[in-house]
Design a protein around this ligand. Structure first.
Ligand code: AKG
Length: 291
């Protein structure tokens, strides 16, 4: 078996597309065997929520609905669950090896045109077959306590992700919009309490009026999308009766990024010990590339 992780770096055209569109689809960049080797760790996280890092987003949706909140479900009940979480690299050795892999970091650095990249966090995002909950439009930067231009998310699927199973959608060029949007609860447009910013406009209405372009990519293991942290993105539920949609996101920060605290956004334990303006380098946001 070819045990190389990184099969190729993004081309100059792909780097240009990332900065122009706020998202790029990279095909055949990672060894599919390396990505698929994460399946047992992801499945363990889903079943056992190792280290308490996973959340049942479907249950959260039900709770929001029970208090009269709006949940994005295409108006149907699904038997599947949307489960997701962050910072698994801190509690699981397999997740740590994946998240800190310098090959994936090199992709982030090349796209961000950065001399180094720090890992902000990893996320596991699973939509089981027949999951009703959609992922609401949001902008990653509103959840991150950083400022800077060189921030991105790689979304790496373990299964084929397409329109039926809940592939991600992106508003092309939205990373260049001036708006700073309030973070929401992911399965609902309801903003997190105490947060600041604008309410995200009705993207479906804007797309129907031809005012914005929404792009979506079918992906398989070995492919990924990379989006800028200001790019608005969302995902459908998983309408398939049998296919899972498992993915890992790795979120990278480059040269110009420093800590910057955002009111109301969830904090991590180490944030107590850093100040605004500090660089990220350190054990809590390790440099993953160069090694
Ligand atoms: O997988 C999803 O449904 C959403 C993922 C996402 O928004 C992200 O990784 O930034």
């Amino acid at each position: 078996m070819n045990d190389k992780v990184l099969l190729r770096l993004p081309s100059e055209e792909e780097v240009t597309a990332f900065w122009e569109d706020g998202v790029v689809c990279l095909r055949g960049v990672l060894n599919p065997a390396f990505v698929l080797a994460m399946a047992p760790a992801v499945d363990r996280l889903v079943q056992e929520s190792i280290g308490g890092t996973m959340y049942d987003m479907s249950a959260m949706g039900a709770e929001i609905a029970s208090t009269g909140g709006d949940v994005l479900t295409d108006g149907r009940q699904g038997r599947g669950r949307f489960v997701s979480g962050t910072d698994h690299w801190r509690v699981d050795a397999g997740c740590r090896a994946f998240a800190l892999n310098p090959g994936i970091g090199a992709i982030g650095a090349r796209l961000l045109r950065s001399h180094k990249v720090n890992m902000w966090e990893d996320s596991v995002l699973v939509k089981e077959p027949d999951t009703a909950e959609r992922t609401a439009w949001h902008q990653d930067l509103s959840y991150f306590h950083v400022r800077g231009e060189q921030v991105c998310t790689t979304w790496i699927p373990l299964d084929v992700a397409d329109a039926e199973t809940g592939a991600m959608s992106f508003v092309r060029g939205s990373h260049r919009w001036q708006g700073q949007y309030r973070p929401n609860w992911f399965v609902s447009n309801l903003p997190m309490p105490g947060t600041e910013g604008e309410v995200i406009p009705d993207i479906e209405a804007l797309a129907a009026a031809g005012e914005v372009e929404v792009v979506q990519f079918d992906l398989g293991p070995g492919d990924m999308t990379v989006h800028h942290a200001r790019t608005l993105h969302a995902a459908g539920g998983n309408l398939s009766p049998s296919r899972r949609r498992r993915a890992i996101s790795l979120r990278y920060c480059g040269d110009d990024v420093v800590y910057y605290f955002r009111a109301g956004a969830p904090r991590k334990p180490h944030h107590e010990f850093v100040r605004e303006g500090d660089v990220l380098d350190g054990p809590d946001c390790p440099v993953v590339w160069p090694v």
